[in-house]
Design a protein around this ligand. Structure first.
Ligand code: ZN
Length: 189
């Protein structure tokens, strides 16, 4: 992982030379040297180093996937406060499934065929709006939803429709559903 430091620095250099201009996710990706974890590097610059990188969560005139650094002034950096235990608790509670799009950890990544879906902690009420790092304010979110790559969360399936789909599915798919449900509820019964 020797590239990690390099990619974060490259993203920062790019943002600092584009202060006041709205940049697209793709530009940041490119600036990072196409690092797989470019989104996480952006979050670290914001949450750990205090750079005030704004996104659609902060400003209504920014679209998902757009970022804006307005100033090179840094906020006093706040630490990464989500403990391993909290993270594990939230992931388990959410069935290791993105609460926006329903993708599960390990599913093929729809935006990058070479990777699998990875889950991260999403804040229900954003930190910039006073949200905290307690389990009640956290949910499992895939990195794609977290970066705003998927604009809209699909509607939650209604029960009748869902059951109808499962009844029509192949036996193999029904077994996969059964195994997934057993895994999910095993520890709780
Ligand atoms: Zn998702």
């Amino acid at each position: 992982m020797a590239k990690v430091k390099g990619s974060k620095q490259r993203i920062l250099d790019f943002l600092l030379s584009n202060i006041g201009r709205v940049v697209e996710a793709r530009e940041l990706q490119e600036a990072s040297g196409w690092a797989a974890e470019w989104g996480r590097r952006v979050r670290e610059l914001r949450d750990e180093q205090g750079y005030q990188i704004l996104s659609h969560k902060d400003r209504a005139d920014l679209k998902p996937g757009q970022y804006l650094l307005e100033t090179n002034r840094r906020r006093p950096a706040f630490k990464r406060e989500i403990s391993k235990e909290t993270r594990a608790f939230v992931l388990e509670r959410n069935g290791y499934t993105c609460q926006m799009c329903g993708a599960a950890a390990g599913d093929p990544d729809p935006f990058n065929p070479k990777r699998t879906v990875r889950l991260t902690m999403g804040h229900i009420r954003d930190k910039s709006k006073g949200g905290d790092d307690t389990p009640g304010n956290l949910r499992a979110i895939c990195t794609n939803c977290n970066e705003g790559l998927q604009n809209a969360a699909p509607q939650k399936p209604d029960r009748i429709h869902l059951l109808a789909q499962i009844r029509r599915a192949t036996l193999n798919d029904q077994m996969a559903v059964l195994e997934w449900l057993q895994r999910k509820f095993d520890k709780k019964v």
